[in-house]
Design a protein around this ligand. Structure first.
Ligand code: GLU
Length: 489
């Protein structure tokens, strides 16, 4: 690429960072990195009713959590700021003045009611719905006087009568053609002086020297209008790349209706940022049609718009979980412990200081979990038994296991065998437990199940010998004895 690549992600802070927005951000970021370019974050906060600072902060924190760092934008600054549309009014005014001087815009005095009745009449007559260009032919002296007198007016772009179809080569969708019939003289500045989206976005993208506009294809229909604004401003037209929507499993656009739809929902569900980035990168792009585990380094070294698909991608939560499991298993025990500690402290199981002191113990626990979980949120319930003083035995586990014939005797014999141990390592525990069926004649399966229920409260848990070892001799014996006496009562 000869020119210097500059791309932007321009969210409207009317909500938190949605999965679709995150994918757009990831593609822009990966594209910039791949070409040694600049990734700009711009906040399109022109909707005063729905834009909030809280949403802006949430979007930025979700991007940072994903590891998507912007080179220019809020908090980091840059030479093309400000990076909030609400602070760029001077640019829009200057651009409007430029268009006025070039004769590329004209004031329109039609009221909303006038426009509506004109639209209704046109629709009834020939089905057209665009603006009838009523004010385009008003004499310039009259309009200047009316504007000077303060009569309410909007500014409309004077689309050249001979402009013809707007055709552009979308980097994802190929050649896209929009008939000039649908491109009426649209409003660029409203009667209250605020710019419309199609105007503000082009003024900003032109000033920020954005070279490639990578965004959702919900903006495809805005593109011909934006191209006309670029032409009117005399600014170079960037490359457009429109990404197809992400669908839910029902073939409808992914939304809250499908459950978790924001990046932070997935963070709270225990998805790792690197797994989410990998998964979203593949929702519409591929490295080579077969590789599924692609880390950020590979992604930013190989992302290309040529390999972005035109077809809508379907969001598959199960596949994301599977991928998350792969990332969890790839971690070293140390990395896993680092992820686990905030969860354990958050659950009130230990303090940060405990965690530091018991690092070796946590390192023993880590591999038992990383092999088993697909999501981090599964960890807390799985390890809760290690952090409570007494364990509550699930009703069902009690009825199905502990009340079985032989369970009581199994627990008593186990307590004795374990009580005699000096070394409380998993192999020593295993040997002691395996001696119980031999001495009592009770089936191994029942012995193991009864001990598991007594110690963890549940029939499903981490591997038994390791669990006992992590819990320690005293606490294991206390639990086995407590279960035994509750049965004897
Ligand atoms: N603020 C717009 C949005 O969030 C930006 C669209 C664009 O990328 O041009 O949809």
């Amino acid at each position: 690429m000869s020119e210097r690549v500059r791309v932007r992600f321009a969210p409207s802070p009317t909500g938190h960072l949605h999965i679709g927005g995150a994918r757009t951000a990831i593609y822009n970021w990966a594209f910039a990195r791949r070409h040694g370019g600049t990734f700009v974050l711009r906040i399109d906060d022109t909707d005063p009713e729905r834009s909030t600072q809280e949403n802006t902060a949430a979007i930025m924190s979700a991007l940072r959590w994903l590891g998507i760092q912007w080179d220019e934008g809020p908090e980091v600054g840059g030479d093309y700021g400000p990076y909030f549309q609400t602070r760029r009014h001077a640019s829009y005014s200057a651009a409007l003045e430029h268009l006025k001087a070039a004769g590329a815009v004209y004031p329109c005095f039609c009221s909303a009611e006038d426009l509506q009745s004109a639209r209704d009449a046109a629709r009834a007559a020939d089905g057209s719905a665009g603006y009838a260009r009523t004010c385009r032919t008003l004499p310039a002296e009259d309009t200047a006087a009316r504007v000077a007198a303060g009569e309410p007016h909007t500014w409309r772009l004077k689309v050249r009568a001979d402009r013809g179809d707007v055709v552009f080569d979308d980097a994802v969708r190929g050649e896209s053609t929009f008939s000039s019939d649908v491109l009426d003289d649209f409003i660029v500045v409203r009667s209250d002086g605020t710019p419309t989206y199609n105007f503000a976005t082009v003024v900003d993208d032109a000033e920020m020297e954005i070279t490639h506009i990578i965004r959702g294809d919900d903006h495809l229909s805005n593109t011909p209008r934006q191209i006309l604004v670029y032409e009117a401003l005399g600014a170079p037209i960037p490359v457009f790349a429109h990404l197809s929507m992400i669908w839910g499993p029902d073939g409808k656009r992914l939304s809250k209706r499908h459950g978790a739809a924001n990046v932070e929902d997935y963070r709270d569900l225990g998805i790792l940022p690197e797994a989410l980035v990998n998964y979203l990168a593949l929702l519409g792009w591929s490295l080579d049609d077969k590789t599924t585990i692609i880390d950020a380094e590979t992604l930013t070294a190989s992302f290309s718009l040529e390999r972005v698909s035109k077809n809508p991608a379907v969001f598959d939560a199960e596949k994301l979980e599977w991928m998350n499991g792969v990332y969890l298993r790839k971690m070293t025990a140390d990395q896993f412990v680092d992820r686990m500690v905030p969860l354990l402290t958050g659950a009130g199981f230990m303090t940060g200081e405990d965690a530091a002191q018991r690092r070796l113990w946590l390192l023993e626990l880590a591999p038992l979990l990383s092999d088993r979980v697909k999501r981090l949120d599964e960890i807390v319930p799985m390890v809760a038994f290690l952090f409570t003083d007494t364990v509550t035995i699930e009703e069902d586990a009690r009825a199905k296991i502990l009340e079985k014939e032989g369970a009581l005797a199994a627990l008593d014999a186990t307590a004795e065998a374990l009580g005699a141990l000096g070394d409380f390592s998993p192999p020593a525990i295993e040997e002691a437990l395996r001696s119980v069926p031999e001495t009592t004649g009770i089936k191994t399966r029942l012995v193991f199940q009864a001990v598991r229920v007594a110690v963890t409260g549940s029939t499903v848990s981490l591997p038994l010998f390791e669990s006992l070892s992590l819990l320690g001799k005293e606490r294991s014996l206390d639990r086995i004895r407590a279960a035994s006496s509750s049965l004897a009562d």
